[in-house]
Design a protein around this ligand. Structure first.
Ligand SMILES: Cc1cc2nc3c(=O)[nH]c(=O)nc-3n(C[C@H](O)[C@H](O)[C@H](O)COP(=O)(O)O)c2cc1C
Length: 184
């Protein structure tokens, strides 16, 4: 098949070549004001210590809060939540939380809220940061995790269906994990 040049600017990628898992990162400010933000540039980094990373923006509430409290929570997003999650960035702070209608509660062990509607949570403490251009890569050590019991007890393929996570493809487009295959 003939190949043609493709942009190096990710915003011009159609199709997107590196889809990212959509999550909500939840934080508190040092005054305990809660915040949630959608993130799709997220990745595991290390088994031991159990460290993940995500890319946030310098000056964003999420990054500022994490630098203040050293804590954050990664909350899964499912197909029922995804439209609200895409649209929520029209608002900021408390108004965003109110417009989404998500309920928050305190996580155990760390100073961060949890999004109650999420089916699983990774509770993290700040491990390190690295600035790249306007981005701040936040490394978080996973200190605790929780998931719906029904998902934890399900067989492997059904567990992915019940978790029902969502991938960011490009602006306004997401994909679901509704076709799972075992390697033969
Ligand atoms: C689906 C989706 C995925 C996003 N992924 C990221 C991301 O990975 N990194 C990032 O910096 N911003 C991302 N954004 C944009 C931030 O969520 C947005 O800038 C938000 O306002 C940051 O909120 P905060 O200032 O409360 O932290 C994403 C937005 C959407 C809707």
């Amino acid at each position: 098949m003939k190949k043609v040049d493709f942009p190096i600017d990710k915003r011009k990628w159609h199709p997107g070549l590196i889809p990212g898992l959509i999550v909500l990162v939840s934080t508190y400010s040092k005054e305990s004001i809660p915040n949630i933000a959608p993130i799709s540039w997220i990745q595991m980094v290390s088994f031991k210590p159990p460290v993940l990373m995500f890319s946030g923006s310098r000056g964003s509430r999420t990054v500022n809060n994490i630098l203040e409290t050293n804590c954050f929570c990664v909350n899964t997003v499912d197909s029922k939540m995804v439209t609200k999650v895409f649209n929520c960035i029209k608002w900021f702070g408390q108004e965003r939380i109110k417009k989404c209608g998500f309920n928050l509660s305190d996580a155990e062990l760390i100073k961060a809220p949890l999004v109650d509607e999420s089916r699983a949570h990774l509770k993290c403490t700040l491990y390190d940061t690295k600035e790249v251009g306007r981005a701040v890569i936040v490394f978080g050590e996973i200190k605790a995790a929780s998931i719906w019991e029904e998902i934890a007890l399900a067989d492997t393929i059904s567990a992915y269906k019940k978790l029902d996570q969502v991938l960011y493809m490009e602006d306004g487009i997401y994909a679901l994990f509704d076709r799972l295959h075992r390697i033969e």
